[in-house]
Write a new protein. Structure first.
Length: 151
């Protein structure tokens, strides 16, 4: 099977960016792409072309920030808990905590560093693993009175 040069260059760049240096080295030593490699390249190209469009309005950054949350749980009991974010954006964050929270619940958020700083109020906009010991909640700020890590 013959291949065109531009396809080989693109596939080489893709393989190196994916860290597949061993396969890339073999291809360079042999001097051509094996037929299996061409099929893999075509599959990768199709997958990359069919990727889902990003629907998020903001970039998420995987960042562990210690935060303190204060509010009322789903039973109406007050809480004051410290946890760590899994990811953050300019207007929100995702974290796990051992509380049962309702969607749209409002919490006060502080950065729980050596000097505690109030960031503002946030609303629960998403919940995952609600039947687990530490469910995950997505929060969106509704009011900021202090600075957030991505301001």
């Amino acid at each position: 099977m013959r291949t065109n040069r531009s396809f080989c260059v693109v596939l080489s760049l893709l393989l190196s960016s994916l860290g597949l240096y061993l396969l890339l080295d073999t291809i360079h030593r042999v001097g051509k792409f094996p037929d299996e490699c061409i099929l893999v390249g075509a599959t990768l190209a199709k997958t990359l072309q069919d990727r889902r469009v990003e629907r998020r309005s903001e970039v998420r950054v995987r960042l562990r920030v210690p935060v303190k949350l204060q509010g009322r749980d789903s039973a109406g009991n007050p809480f004051d808990i410290r946890t760590v974010t899994e990811n953050v954006s300019k207007s929100g964050f995702l974290c796990a905590c051992n509380l049962a929270l309702e969607n749209n619940a409002i919490v006060e958020v502080s950065i729980a560093a050596s000097k505690e700083e109030l960031v503002g109020s946030a609303r629960v906009v998403r919940s995952e693993w609600t039947d687990a010991l530490y469910p995950r909640y997505g929060f969106q700020f509704i009011q900021k009175t202090g600075s957030w890590v991505l301001d």
